[in-house]
Design a protein around this ligand. Structure first.
Ligand code: ASP
Length: 331
């Protein structure tokens, strides 16, 4: 007898979100939409590219996969997207022309894996998964992370995508570095989910801020900053200027606020408020948080307007606008 409940009941992908699942056949699309049929599970992820990541995550959950498999494989879709300039190998480089990747994930038992400053590997989140599953450590960095990946069968592919090459050449004309609040500058994917049994997992992966200093690592691979999961409470993830998120341990802060009974929405608002108190230049930067609790309530809040997230729930996979602290942003 199948005890697995179907994830989302009513099939009603909106026209907008269906249109955002490119290059798959009609039959394929129909099959994937049908896989959004189970009930009880919720997947949410940062930015528009989250729509495709959510579909993959739901597919894994509906096929009986573990929450952590769903989170990992969901974000892998975005890591492989050759048009994405802030996640994966097509990301914009640092100021020395290197694409350096950061990723982490946490499973339903609180296990965690992370890689930072990794070059030339298509799926840093999968290396993070191996760090979690096969080593006594949580985080591997740079050359060591690369050696570990190569030893485990990953192949290295270096170089810039045509789009990144062009953007880098343009940037070199001024070489000025200033992270902004503009949405186009931020598209880390953080994906968090709850399965139909109430177990949580999440994954977060990025090429980091464009034209950052060589060696810079942001919040995305840092457990408690870019991502935190505690299946007793819920989960949270972040996008935006990582330095501001690290300084308040953003995702951990949100989960701990939820542990006290605060709703995911209020917890995200509180984290943004904390940044606005601690970070003098908060009006010039963007940070967005997503959160999900045991009751299936969702939270989303950012500094600037323009932060969007993809929410797969109750038969729909929709792009949502998060509320923000500032009403007139830099966008
Ligand atoms: N959070 C990422 C970082 O600081 C960047 C982003 O989301 O835009 O590396």
């Amino acid at each position: 007898m199948s005890s697995r409940r179907k994830f989302i009941r009513n099939v009603s992908l909106t026209a907008a979100s269906a249109a955002l699942i490119p290059s798959i056949t009609k039959a394929d699309k129909k099959r994937r939409v049908e896989q959004l049929l189970a009930e009880g599970g919720i997947v949410l992820s940062t930015w528009k590219h989250g729509l495709n990541a959510n579909v993959k995550a739901v597919e894994i959950l509906n096929n009986g996969g573990r929450p952590v498999d769903a989170a990992q494989q969901g974000v892998m879709v975005v890591e492989s997207d050759p048009t994405n300039t802030s996640v994966g190998l097509a990301g914009y480089p640092d100021r020395d022309g290197h694409v350096t990747l950061d990723a982490c994930l946490m499973d339903e038992f609180g296990n965690a894996g992370s890689v930072t400053f990794l070059e030339g590997i298509e799926h840093p989140v999968s290396v993070a998964r191996l760090v979690m599953d096969k080593t006594p450590h949580v985080m591997l960095s740079g050359e060591g992370a690369l050696q570990f990946a190569l030893l485990n069968g990953f192949t290295q592919r270096k170089g810039l995508s045509p789009q990144a090459k062009q953007a880098y050449a343009e940037w070199l004309k001024t070489s000025s570095y200033k992270p902004t609040g503009e949405a186009k500058d931020h598209d880390t994917i953080g994906l968090i989910l709850r399965d139909s049994r109430g177990n949580f997992s999440g994954a977060c992966t990025t090429s980091g801020l464009a034209f950052k200093m060589h060696g810079r690592v942001g919040d995305s691979p840092i457990i408690g900053a870019g991502l935190f999961v505690d299946s007793e409470v819920g989960t949270a993830t972040a996008t935006g200027v990582g330095e501001a998120v690290i300084k308040i341990c953003g995702s951990h802060l949100i989960v701990e606020l939820m542990r006290l009974g605060i709703s995911p929405q209020r917890a995200c608002e509180e984290a943004v408020k904390r940044i606005s108190i601690k970070q003098k230049n908060y009006k010039d930067i963007q940070v967005g948080f997503l959160a999900l609790n045991k009751a299936g309530e969702v939270g989303a809040f950012s500094i600037q307007p323009g932060f969007q997230y993809a929410l797969a729930k109750e038969g729909k996979n929709d792009l949502m606008d998060a509320a923000s602290l500032l009403t007139v942003g830099k966008n």
